[in-house]
Design a binder for this molecule. Structure first.
Ligand SMILES: Nc1ncnc2c1ncn2[C@@H]1O[C@H](COP(=O)(O)OP(=O)(O)OP(=O)(O)O)[C@@H](O)[C@H]1O
Length: 219
């Protein structure tokens, strides 16, 4: 199996005023290339923390991890940044839109940084329901529209792995379904890996597999 992500014995805790608080212990899983995995579990179970670890924003206490064939333990901050620019697309709750650039300029910038052509992506703005909003600035659109623009940015970079935190979280049910349709269609046609954190069990069921963090990842 060609693996996108291989996590073995991962443990993570946060230091707080009252000592180290474990988030998960001895977590192991694999994601095959082109496969989708839903991270589920109650609020506070560590879904966002795990996504942050997988893109190199957060460290771990123990265990090993390979992301797209790279050993997480040996990657420098610059190498992680390079992976996030070109190969690992992240869609987080606070989208990374540049406030002084229009939605279209933001998407184009992401394509440029990844060395991709913007042309094939132009249509995705419309497919994500953003037709007519391309020339608006991020503070001139709604939170859900910013979230969709953040997805278009990830499509623009053509990554091998997408990490998405509640990608439809701030959308109404109808728009959420359209955006999920676009995300899964894009992921399957590109053959890229997808890990998404969600409380929405209908969305989770659309993924190939599910990992529930309720029991420290053992559930
Ligand atoms: N920087 C931090 N310092 C200390 N504790 C933290 C920090 N970030 C997260 N935590 C704690 O770690 C646990 C996991 O948080 P995380 O945000 O990963 O959960 P989650 O499953 O994504 O939650 P939600 O569904 O509410 O988004 C929580 O108890 C949270 O309070």
């Amino acid at each position: 199996m060609v693996t996108s992500v291989n996590v073995s014995g991962l443990s993570k805790s946060y230091n707080t005023g009252s000592g180290a608080v474990p988030v998960f212990l001895d977590l192991s899983f694999q994601l095959a290339a082109g496969e989708s995995l839903a991270l589920t579990g109650p609020s506070g179970s560590g879904k966002s923390t795990l996504l942050n670890i997988l893109c190199g924003v957060e460290g771990v206490d123990d265990g090993s991890m390979q992301v797209l064939g790279r050993d997480g333990a040996t990657l420098t901050a610059d190498q992680w940044a390079g992976l996030r620019r070109r190969r690992v697309g992240v869609v987080f709750q606070d989208s990374n839109l540049m406030p002084a650039m229009t939605l279209e300029e933001n998407v184009k910038l992401r394509a440029d940084l990844a060395g991709r052509s913007f042309g094939p992506v132009r249509d995705w703005l419309a497919r994500l329901g953003l037709a007519g909003l391309e020339q608006r600035y991020p503070d001139q659109v709604s939170g859900g529209q910013r979230q969709r623009a953040a997805l278009a940015m990830v499509f623009a970079m053509g990554p091998d792995l997408v990490l998405a935190d509640e990608p439809t979280g701030s959308l109404d049910r109808h728009t959420a379904r359209d955006v999920a349709d676009a995300l899964f269609h894009w992921q399957r046609t590109q053959g890229c890996g997808l890990i998404l954190a969600t409380h929405d069990l209908a969305l989770a069921e659309r993924c190939d597999r599910r990992l529930d963090l309720a029991e420290g990842g053992q559930g």
